[in-house]
Design a protein around this ligand. Structure first.
Ligand SMILES: [Zn+2]
Length: 89
């Protein structure tokens, strides 16, 4: 079994504890899945991560996604107040 030491937590772990990355020499990332998911959630709750999320929310792409949702049947229904939905059917 292939063992690799995580660059973050310094624990030796088996290779399938590491995400695949074809750009790395051994085909796996240098930090284990546990560490990279921790880093990911830390980033999302950090100021920088929140700013990035805000930027995305204002972006053209997210507006497109929202517009598409609003014009869909599901989105149209979501915009109608619950007490008025009864009259539709
Ligand atoms: Zn680790």
């Amino acid at each position: 079994m292939n063992i690799k030491t995580c660059s973050k937590c310094k624990f030796p772990k088996s290779l399938d504890e590491f995400q695949r990355d074809k750009h790395q020499g051994d085909g796996h990332r240098s930090e284990c899945k546990e560490c990279s998911s921790k880093a990911q959630s830390k980033y999302q709750t950090s100021e920088k991560g929140k700013q990035a999320h805000k930027r995305y929310a204002k972006s053209y792409k997210s507006k497109l996604v929202k517009a598409r949702y609003r014009s869909s049947e599901k989105g149209k229904l979501a915009n109608i107040p619950k007490n008025k939905r009864l009259y539709l059917f």
